[in-house]
Ligand binder design. Sequence first.
Ligand SMILES: [Fe+2]
Length: 268
Amino acid sequence: MAVGPSALNILHPRPKVDAVLHGTSLAPATMNNAAPRTNVVGRVFTANESPPDQKIPFHHEMAQVPTFPAKLFFFCEVEPKSGGETPIVLSHYVYKRMKENFPEFVEKLEKHGLIYTRVLGEGDDPSSPIGRGWQSTFLTEDKSVAEERAVKLGMKLEWTDDGVKTVMGPIPAVKWDESRGRKIWFNSMVAAYTGWKDARNDPVKAVTFGDGSLLPADVIEACGKILEEECVAVPWQQGDILLIDNWAVLHSRRSFEPPRRVLASLCK
Ligand SMILES: [Fe+2]
């Protein structure tokens, strides 16, 4: 759903966005993911600030943690000069096509789930699409508090000289959508395998089967193609609002020519 600029007063958009959210039944969810973001006002953050020339691969928001937002609320404050669309793709359809094409792979995936491994640095690194440091990931400067919060997320931490290795899982890669009565492709497999790449992270080791075995590169590539084939790309104009059902669809971001400023709020 995208609506035009009349929906909000674009002269004072940020408090309006916060106020609009207050007026809905959408409760705020905690931001706890890899993207570098800035708090704008209230529960409104910038969307992922990763470099414009890099696309962000398809993902469900926070699919790799046990508690994830049900709805994502986006608002376009400054439209992109070109590009920067937000493609979305139906998750149950991705599951169906993967099951048809790679039945053995999907069977193993459903049996073992996935393990996600990511190395977080000391402080944020805006040059990386997964550049949140451990302090802003866990919202603390205190390592023992970070440990406690990691345990609550089901995550193990291994401290290193210049950051921390986080290990999450095994967690399910396919979920049952109770409200719609269907299986959904609910994971960050392609995103992690192709996108969790920076000075600290090797994407091939970023995601494995739950039994520790490596994922087949050709299947990941084929899954990436299915995502692209089945998606619809939503373009942005200043003042647009996009409300995404995080159970129903995966989303991504295309590369763009600056400026572009999209604000985000995650909702329970
Ligand atoms: Fe996202």
